[in-house]
Design a protein. Structure first.
Ligand SMILES: Nc1ncnc2c1ncn2[C@@H]1O[C@H](COP(=O)(O)OP(=O)(O)OP(=O)(O)O)[C@@H](O)[C@H]1O
Ligand SMILES: [Mg+2]
Length: 412
């Protein structure tokens, strides 16, 4: 899936997912000597552009990136390394076909190997001649080179030579959450409940880092299943910071931008007004959580009208918790804790509320998800074993008001 510029209207009728799916070649082999191979063919997808900044301005930014490669603006050393194009060619075997990992809205991704550091990497080659691509590139390097958190993908370096714009990341072996949740291969095992909750908790911690721990705080703007990569043990890492924006400062509650995002994940308030807030990310998080619980896609063109947009489908069903078992992913085959299912739906429902001020803050969300992830479900014993961690205030709050569904779903 990729990004789009919204029409300014939210809701199913206005949403038209891009017809190209991102491609992933799971047959990617490990390091080997570079060989010459042609790039894979790909159908180009239209990406609506944010108001184009002057190209000279961007070129200046790119040059500054190269100058600041090892030292950030505040003088601290950063991890981002400036690579030559020859080094990237050597790492990817000149973009070997069998190193191709997949393709998104801004370019193709290849596996690579850095001989000097003995590191397996993923290299994203942004489409050439695209001003939008250059903007993404500058945003990505600026955001990631100062960020460091176990739930964010590491940017190892970049290459900005002539028209080439490449990003070099740590290689995340299990690919994206999208690959593990939707359109599974016949031999692929569906994710179990515990793993799903752990993935959601990890993603929430990554988002919390961006929202409250980064200085200045950052709005991610592109939270979705294809941007949650999975490391060993299904450890989640947020990737793709090309759309990230520094959050509002001082008394301001929002930053105004041209609306960008991905169909099905974009908060209605942001889509309508272009006013981007931290709560826009919370809405997208709610959609991801709904995908994890229901196994449905954020937007599924193949479903009948009324069922295509996940939030539109889920909202009326939130009103009655007796619907919850039917809403759970059939691939879970009933292997989930009933209480955990209710709580997870309650949290998701709060995140996707129409009114941004009613959506929870990220820190409350982290507490709630950490708690849910700590409630291990044992399918053999059908018992939930808890690490006796204190339930988060978000969940306590709802329990003290009896059924979450009774209270919080009134607004739907
Ligand atoms: N660091 C990485 N390690 C391993 N695989 C990666 C890495 N980064 C990206 N990929 C894979 O490359 C593919 C394309 O990623 P990319 O981010 O370009 O597209 P996308 O997320 O599908 O769409 P979008 O452009 O909207 O973000 C995905 O399948 C992803 O799993
Ligand atoms: Mg991506």
């Amino acid at each position: 899936m990729g990004c789009f510029g919204c029409s300014g209207i939210s809701g199913e009728e206005s949403e038209h997912p891009r017809n190209k799916k991102s491609k992933r070649n799971d047959n990617s082999s490990n390091k080997s000597k570079p060989q010459r191979h042609a790039s894979p063919d790909s159908s180009k997808e239209t990406v609506k552009k944010e108001e184009a900044p002057k190209s000279e301005q961007l070129l200046l930014c790119v040059k500054n990136l190269a100058l600041n490669a090892e030292v950030s603006l505040d003088g601290k050393a950063t991890k981002a390394h400036s690579f030559t194009f020859d080094q990237v060619i050597a790492a990817t075997g000149n973009f070997r076909l069998d190193y191709f990992l997949g393709e998104g809205g801004f370019g193709k991704v290849y596996k690579g190997f850095l001989e000097e550091t003995n590191q397996v990497v993923a290299v994203k080659q942004l489409d050439q001649d695209s001003l939008q691509g250059t903007r993404e590139f500058v945003a990505e390097v600026s955001t990631l080179s100062t960020a460091e958190h176990p739930n964010l993908v590491k940017l190892i370096g970049f290459c900005a030579e002539d028209k080439q714009r490449l990003l070099v990341y740590e290689y995340i072996p299990l690919g994206s959450l999208e690959n593990h949740l939707h359109d599974l291969e016949p031999n692929q095992k569906p994710l179990d409940w515990n793993t799903r909750m752990a993935i959601a908790a990890g993603a929430a911690r990554g988002l919390e880092y961006l929202h409250v721990k980064m200085k200045p705080p950052v709005i991610y703007r592109d939270l979705k299943c294809s941007n949650i990569l999975l490391g060993e043990g299904y450890h989640s890492k947020l990737s793709d910071f090309g759309l990230a924006r520094v959050g509002p400062s001082g008394d301001k509650t929002h930053v105004s931008t041209r609306v960008m995002g991905t169909y099905g994940y974009c908060a209605p308030d942001y889509a309508m007004t272009g006013q981007l807030t931290f709560k826009s990310d919370i809405y997208s998080f709610g959609v991801v959580l709904l995908e994890l619980i229901t196994g449905r896609k954020a937007f599924d063109h193949s479903r009948e009208r009324g069922e295509q947009n996940l939030v539109s489908w889920a909202r009326p069903r939130f009103k009655d918790r007796r619907n919850f078992s039917d809403m759970a992913d059939p691939q879970l085959q009933g292997q989930y804790p009933m209480k955990g299912l209710y709580q997870a739906f309650a949290v998701a429902a709060m995140c996707v509320q129409e009114q941004p001020s009613l959506r929870p803050a990220i820190s409350d969300l982290v507490n709630a998800l950490n708690y849910l992830a700590s409630q291990k479900y044992d399918p053999d014993n059908h018992v939930e074993s808890s690490r006796r961690s204190k339930a988060s205030s978000l969940l306590n709050y709802n329990h003290s008001n009896r059924a979450v569904a009774d209270r919080d779903f009134k607004s739907f």
